[in-house]
Design a protein around this ligand. Sequence first.
Ligand code: DQQ
Length: 604
Amino acid sequence: MANSSRFDPSRRIRWGTVSCIAAIIFLAASVQVCVALPSANLLSYELSKHSDQHVSAATSKERELLQKYQPYRTAFHFQPIKNWMNDPNGPLFYKGYYHLFYQYNPYGAVWGNIVWGHAVSTDLIHWIYLPAVLIPDQWYDIKGIWSGSATFLSKDNPVLLYTGWSNASTQVQNMAVAANASDPLLRSWSKILENPILVATAGMNSSNFRDPTTGWISLDGLWRILIGSKIDKNGTGLALLYKSHDFVNWELDHPLHSVANTGMWECPDFYPVLINEKKGLDTSANGPLVKHVLKASLDDKKHDYYAVGTYDSNANIFIPENKMIDVGIGLRYDYGKYYASKTFYDDNKQRRILWGWVNESDNVAADIAKGWSSVQGLPRKVWVDDSNPHGIKQWPIEEIDDLRHAKHSKKNLYLKQGSIFKLQAKRATQLDIEVIFDLPSHEQQELVVNNGMAQIEAQISCTKVGAFEKGVYGPFGLYVLATDDLQERTSIFFYLEHSSKGWRTLVCSDQSRSTLLPDVDKTVYGSFVPITKGEDFLSLRVIVDHSIIETFAQGGKVCITSRAYPIRVNDDSAHLYLFNHGNQTIQVQSIVVWEMSNVVFDSY
Ligand code: DQQ
């Protein structure tokens, strides 16, 4: 069945038929650029031209067109045909199919009436929508089927744990089993008679008791799971540990880990990672070459925080590598908009894959008008950063590369002070860009610990720099989703800041001028980038898909996801630029830009 996920079906057809012509034009344009001397393409640019003095507000005609053409629908990110979506739930691989379940409201574009939506794919890119698998129909989940996870009790026996919002408005944990294990699409699930299998006991707050993890088998041979919670009196966030011999009868063990003043931990995730290897591990794996990642989604901050540490499976406790950057006070998966994420072990390709919910930055009225809200970030492979044992790296799964087609590349460009360079990309609303800059300062870099204080500093600095504070080295980087007069543009840039301990590198994603629409969250996101001794480059991979921009800095050490809603940028008029506003010339070692294909999502 033709995809109805694009609200303007003609857009897909139009793009389908013109894509060859576009590719030819693009190639021709590429040739022209490649033969030109790089310096000839560098426009000396006066900063005054960037000023917002002449910016005109979005007109009512433009707003009307917005609703008609749905320019913010994505072309290759997962999103339902319509309505509200939030957390990814229970991802798994079964009999040749990847399954994604997700929090979904079948009745509208705002949160409510939550069921588990369902889609399957053979490559994590092309999805088939299936009917919802779990809907509220029992006293223990009648108000909503909330988040949870999948566990394989044996190879052909996947089960789902989820939080039910009961008729008494308490949060209880329930289980569903695959009703027909021979169906690779796992379309039918049965809630078990023993539900609810876990309820909050005396002294616990049944309003803060949710989101069971994937189970694992510990050293004593018992199953273990975590449930997110908080201790009310001092706001300590924690992951409650439960044990079971049969996955149905559960007993409270003790908290696996807790951190003061972090508030409610939603959607905990706990998984093993190999030291010095990219290969993923099944959730029960442990041993001398294994570290563990504990992640919590902080309800108060709406960010996903993690820590790398050791899982002592005798004592059943988690010991973070560095207490200064423990869960909730240290590292984040993503320094932009990214929440309630969940990983799974992909047995098919022996890797661990991360999914995360990316909310809108517009407002509720806009969501209702467009009829949908939220996308899932691209699936990312995760592994321990071999240059920094306290951190992980994330990278879009390799299957994304299959969507790349027309390619444009350049080498050894010199971006002088105040220069911008226009890259010849057709349809710059769907791009995958990889750029490598020379690390400009050969002086010592400060090793920044990305704790809470550093995050505040980074955000403040990125905001100042975004507002045209010029430095010695930077800001330099990319303008994406930009109009040719730059009235609308989203900037992804590096900036080197001088501190008493040497230079430190910031990566920022600046939405402050991404749209002429006024009623949009335009926060500037940013983080310090850990530069390892010997690294003499700065790299960015930026994936643009209409209203979502995913940035992976320095090989995936730092990620920033942002949303943008430009009103004068469309498939034909979007532009991509390199820029440098710093005082020193910046060398671009290489830049490669690919146009990205549309993905057709089918309904079953
Ligand atoms: N979303 C679910 C909860 C979870 C929250 C409800 C996180 O289970 O804690 O839709 O976004």
